[in-house]
Write a protein of this length. Structure first.
Length: 175
């Protein structure tokens, strides 16, 4: 059977799509950063680098994350600069203003906590130079209107944060 012109175009378009979303380079493993005898919960192999490495897709969830905290810049190998902080309402507005991105829910933010280490409790190969400690989620507290959920990336715990205090932001899309 001879391939038709349309089938060749289809194959080429699939190849081009795969090349445009594939990793620039594999993300190095981070198992050596774990406390001995603890297993990684967010191994580098679970992530695919996209958009020149500035974004990663967490394959188990399908969520795509900016590798740098907001305010920091991707250099091609890591994050530089200082992470911005916002009170909760301003963090929500900032996320809404960034086309295609949003503030993650607390359950989404929990998916990138690395439980085999602390200081920071995140895979540093995937999310380099992550500042400590706390990052906002979009999830408000059901018990108190002045609190919202966040994650402390120094120790990996989730906690209620005062909406009137500034904390850091990492944006997500998809899901």
């Amino acid at each position: 059977m001879k391939p038709t012109r349309s089938s060749v175009r289809w194959i080429l378009s699939i190849c081009a799509a795969l090349l445009s979303t594939s990793a620039i380079a594999d993300i190095p493993p981070a198992a050596n950063e774990c406390v001995p005898y603890l297993v990684e919960t967010t191994p580098s192999a679970d992530f695919t680098a996209l958009e020149g490495g500035e974004v990663v897709r967490h394959e188990p969830t399908g969520l795509e994350w900016r590798r740098c905290a907001e305010g920091m810049s991707w250099t091609g190998t890591g994050c530089t600069g200082s992470a911005n902080t916002w009170i909760w309402q301003a963090a929500l507005r900032h996320a809404d203003a960034v086309s295609g991105w949003r503030l993650p829910s607390i359950s989404e933010l929990r998916t990138i906590v690395e439980r085999c280490r602390t200081g920071p409790a995140i895979n540093q190969q995937v999310f380099p130079n992550t500042p400590s400690p706390s990052f906002w989620s979009s999830s408000p507290s059901a018990e108190r209107s002045d609190l919202a959920w966040g994650v402390n990336f120094h120790n990996g715990s989730d906690l209620w944060l005062s909406k009137s205090h500034p904390f850091r932001v990492r944006l997500v899309r998809g899901g």
